[in-house]
Design a protein. Structure first.
Length: 217
């Protein structure tokens, strides 16, 4: 589903006319009509205004477009509710949380989970913080994490649990032929986000939380 179609669906759900939403968001009715019909894109600034006018977050519109619903009112035969935890996963240095709780749930299509070979019992949703994994993972993105996946394969993105001051982070893991482990940030600025090398000859390993199997804003 396109972003425009998602905006239209939420607008209908909120019982707002095209004219009412365009007035609230400070945009032209014709402009909004073209966006909803997929005839033109929507800027980040306008998306923020539309989300505010609809009483939702911009990320909720993206989730709606991807068919992932931040609501418990979904058909149980078609959707699986995955817990979203109060854990921010840092794309830079993180923290070791003293307490983690379930904030809410997100609904993922059963068919999609089956196609990916994922078991709902081993899935959790976290929020990413920071930009060291951009553009693959943006600040504020939600991450669907398979906590049963082990061990990491070279090139995969994982949530890691490392000793302070690093804490809980999300990074790409690679392996060298000599056994060294590379913890890499996707951000191209290597002055700020250089590779971290764990020498293989020291026998050190990376403590993993789970594999990132989906990310979305």
């Amino acid at each position: 589903m396109s972003i425009g179609a998602a905006i239209r669906l939420i607008r209908k759900r909120k019982a707002l006319t095209l004219q009412e939403l365009s007035a609230r968001a400070g945009t032209d009715t014709g402009n909004l009509s073209r966006i909803e019909r997929g005839l033109q894109g929507v800027s980040g600034e306008l998306l923020d205004r539309l989300a505010q006018a609809l009483g939702v977050r911009p990320s909720d519109i993206h989730l709606e477009a991807e068919g992932i619903l931040p609501s418990a009112e979904v058909a149980a035969d078609k959707y699986v509710m995955i817990p979203r935890l109060s854990l921010q996963v840092a794309a830079g240095n993180g923290q070791e949380p003293e307490h983690v709780e379930v904030q809410n749930t997100l609904a993922f299509r059963r068919e999609w989970l089956r196609s990916k070979g994922l078991d709902q019992a081993h899935l959790e949703v976290y929020e990413a913080s920071g930009d060291s994994m951009a553009p693959y993972i943006q600040n504020g993105d939600l991450l669907l994490v398979d906590v049963s996946a082990t061990p990491p394969k070279s090139g995969e993105v994982w949530v890691l649990w490392q000793a302070a001051p690093l804490g809980v982070r999300v990074k790409r893991i690679l392996y060298r032929e000599n056994g060294d482990i590379i913890i890499r940030s996707d951000n191209a600025d290597k002055m700020l986000y250089p590779d971290e090398i764990i020498p293989g000859h020291q026998g050190e390993t990376v403590s993993t939380v789970g594999k990132v199997v989906w990310r979305g804003g």
